[in-house]
Design a protein around this ligand. Sequence first.
Ligand code: URA
Length: 269
Amino acid sequence: MSEQLPEIEQLGRQAADCQLCDLAAKRTQVVWGDGPATARVVFIGEAPGRKEDEGGRPFIGAAGHLLDELLAAAHITRSDVYITNIVKCRPPGNRDPLDDEIVACRSYLNRQLQLLHPRVIVTLGRFSTHLILQTTAGISSLQGRVFERHGYKVLPLYHPAAVIYDLLKKEPFFAAAPLLDQLVNGEGEMELREGSGVGILNRGPGSASGFPPAAGDPPASSPAQNSDTRSLAQAVGRADPGAPPAEPEQEISAPAEHFTQETLDIWNA
Ligand code: URA
């Protein structure tokens, strides 16, 4: 008898031949996501790098190693979390994903979140943070603070690759571990207070955001049909003249000097 895959895995298999954007011609494979369908926390990165493109799993390079360290500090096992990216195929040379690539891939992420219905979403870096929170605010002003969207707790963090590059980001990145621990492992409704970098800042509905509907909402039809054709600039409100300018992201070219030999070895491999 054939094994009955969870729906999220079935969807991943359907997406393996995705041709929705130009990255299809350049990838080795689609990097769909990794983790149990029952995960209570979902980590969302940017796009696969070279290692992930080759290995078919997200965050298996140096950035993934740092993510593992964060998980350990938060008393979370990697096998208990679901990890994916906003763009499922590697952009050539690890360049930033383009707006049309993010828009093309967005319905896959929406469907993943609808199926997983996690308790906590951790956005890694500005691209996934801007997409999920529908903001253009700089990642430094958001990192380590809890937001609420559609009943989900959203915790934006620096991208681990940016942490490897920039020594100043390491302390705030790991300082979020106790909060992550409490969000994921804490019993019942945690009390979130303004201050100390922790607070619920926005409970807005954001129904046009493509964010997953609450339990009980009708499911989306199929990724392609569910695709949002607005430009990403519109989707994240970049055209809003009142919005603060997006924080420039540094190019990741080399790790900072203070990381463990293991992280450096993986980085240099
Ligand atoms: N960086 C990402 O954003 N995602 C990965 O899967 C690997 C590195």
